[in-house]
Ligand binder design. Structure first.
Ligand code: UDP
Length: 236
């Protein structure tokens, strides 16, 4: 796990946004993994996940204050957190500006339905080439067929590590496109769930808000974040 810190994107969110825009303009293929403690901890025993994280073409961004703090503890000069939902929103904006094609994959059908309304209203120049909920059985078949639609942006909201594994498995079939696993972002962008109030985000307490709203997340938080910080201390 330790060597994954070398791979993490260390510059500002602003500079990452520039890379996103440039890649969209130039139709570069890009696979972004929003790495949080859960991702890194799972990669210790999940070798498929470990392989995709270590792939030289996978771009890892620090998703979460715990990753930023841990990187600093280990001596890395890392600027800030880049959350999956921010990447998703930036891609919607740039995709709209540049009149690009998008595919949405994941979340419940009612969330997808609301996403389509939001996109039509707020990002009218984005061309939605397809949208599928994340509870269909044959996800491989669906994902493989997306390549024929040649989307410029593919947002996959299935949760870690299913979303990353699905993208990685089929990436070769695509000539272009920005691919990113965005977790629960569709739930928020569609309005089905609220994002944490700005003050929580500013104080780096978004994780706390999510636990308060959904106490069932506490176990997941302990399994990932708490154990992660102990592990990082050990490395130090
Ligand atoms: N999800 C899905 N199919 C599944 C399991 C989950 O589409 O088989 C969706 C779920 O509806 C939610 C997202 O994946 O929209 C995961 O959200 P979560 O908040 O757990 O992700 P996080 O942001 O914490 O990584």
């Amino acid at each position: 796990m330790k060597k994954l810190f070398d791979k993490l994107y260390k510059d500002s969110k602003e500079s990452f946004d520039k890379i996103l825009k440039d890649s969209l303009k130039k139709e570069k293929k890009m696979f972004i993994v929003t790495a949080n403690p859960e991702t890194l901890m799972k990669s210790e025993y999940d070798f498929e996940l470990q392989k995709l994280l270590n792939d030289k073409n996978s771009i890892l961004v620090p998703d979460g204050i715990a990753i930023v703090k841990a990187s600093k503890m280990l001596g890395y000069d890392i600027k800030e957190r880049i959350a999956g939902i921010d990447i998703a929103t930036t891609l919607l904006e740039y995709g709209n500006d540049l009149k690009k094609k998008i595919y949405l994959f994941g979340a419940k059908q009612e969330v997808i339905d609301s996403m389509l309304l939001v996109l039509k209203d707020k990002y009218p120049n984005l061309e939605v080439v397809g949208a599928t909920n994340g509870y269909e059985k044959d996800k491989d078949k669906i994902f493989a067929s997306i390549s024929k639609l040649e989307p410029d942006i593919v947002l996959v909201a299935l949760g870690i590590p299913m979303q990353e594994k699905l993208i990685y498995k089929h990436l070769e079939k695509f000539k272009k496109g920005i691919f990113v696993g965005v977790g629960g972002s569709f739930d928020v962008i569609s309005g089905h769930k609220n994002r944490a109030p700005k003050i929580f985000i500013k104080l780096n307490l978004e994780w706390l808000y999510r636990i308060i709203k959904e106490p069932s997340r506490l176990k997941r938080f302990y399994e990932s974040n708490v154990k992660f910080m102990f592990r990082v201390r050990k490395y130090k």
